[in-house]
Design a protein around this ligand. Structure first.
Ligand SMILES: Nc1ncnc2c1ncn2[C@@H]1O[C@H](COP(=O)(O)OP(=O)(O)OP(=O)(O)O)[C@@H](O)[C@H]1O
Length: 293
């Protein structure tokens, strides 16, 4: 399903990121893209093409030796204000992250603090960003986000080691949604999980996006998956975005030889795109997934 473009929420212009090592590596070269409100933008390409570097740079999470050599990154806030992300100081960045833009990393489920309960970790984030929130509101919000990602709120009292991998990853997605950000960047959010759990979580993400209208940058090397869940797809090759189009156009009329090659490398790509997850979303929309991961 392709939606008509809405207003932009993020604009990346001419972004170049270099790893300043002995022989400098230009991991992202002149990347440009516009993310629209509420859309799922897939970022595809084989390992090492620069997807993660691009995502980290957009959130200013890159660390030396990575350096943004050029470019502009602008967040277009719902309030109408434009924020120049490369000009934010550390304090402004901390306030910005999670609140306006959140990220679910590859293997994020291992990023939960092992000695804190789920309740404590959600509450910490809420207290840091919403200092005026009372205890009751914190409890209600925490229960609500867990329910939304298909985790029983009774799990608030659990420690990470008491949860399955799928449940931990759902908790990380709940954490990323906690402050109702306008953008979520997801870098291979389900790769470490088994296929059934992956499908459940992906359905959940698409359903939540439909409900809450945040935009998603979804990074994966799994192009068939993107063809199912993404509205538009950017294909990266050796640091450059070589093609960016709607998922439908890309599937039917890919122009760049690399995109064609990539499509051809997945023998499973036959029939209508979106048959599984999209259909699943419609079927499960009225009955959010029970806890089963
Ligand atoms: N710390 C580093 N120092 C030097 N080069 C690096 C460093 N981190 C990444 N690179 C290089 O930058 C390029 C892009 O890497 P990146 O991790 O962004 O790719 P990716 O598409 O996300 O890959 P994957 O799917 O495997 O995560 C690669 O050539 C990689 O070798």
């Amino acid at each position: 399903m392709t939606t008509a473009p809405t207003a932009p929420v993020l604009t990346v212009e001419d972004l170049t990121v270099v790893y300043e090592v002995d022989e400098p590596v230009t991991a992202v070269r002149g990347a440009a893209l516009t993310l629209h409100r509420g859309e799922i933008l897939g970022l595809a390409g084989e390992s090492g093409c620069g997807k993660t570097t691009l995502a980290y740079a957009v959130n200013r999470l890159h660390r030396p030796p990575a350096r943004i050599a050029s470019g502009r990154i602008t967040f277009h806030d719902r309030s109408g204000e434009d924020v120049d992300l490369l000009a934010l100081d550390d304090r402004e960045l901390r306030a910005f992250r999670w609140d306006k833009l959140s990220m679910v990393f590859q293997g994020a489920m291992n990023a939960l603090n092992p000695v804190g309960t789920v309740r404590a970790q959600l509450a910490d984030t809420l207290r840091a960003h919403r200092p005026r929130m009372g205890r009751k509101e914190i409890r209600e919000r925490s229960e609500d986000v867990l329910r939304r990602v298909g985790v029983d709120p009774r799990r608030l009292g659990s420690y990470p080691h008491e949860l399955s991998g799928g449940m931990r990853q759902r908790v990380m997605i709940a954490m990323a949604m906690l402050l109702e950000p306008q953008i979520m960047i997801m870098d291979e959010p389900t790769t470490a999980l088994d296929v059934v759990v992956q499908r459940d979580i992906l359905r959940e993400i698409v359903r939540l996006r439909d409900e809450l209208d945040f935009a998603v940058v979804f990074i994966t090397h799994d192009l068939p998956l993107l063809l199912e869940i993404a509205d538009r797809i950017a294909v990266m090759l050796e640091g450059e975005i070589v093609e960016l189009d709607t998922a439908d156009n890309l599937y039917r009329n890919a122009e760049h030889p690399y995109t064609k090659r990539l499509l051809g490398s997945f023998p499973s790509l036959s029939g209508e795109r979106g048959a599984f997850i999209r259909t699943g979303v419609d079927q499960t929309a009225a009955h959010p997934t029970e806890e089963r991961a």
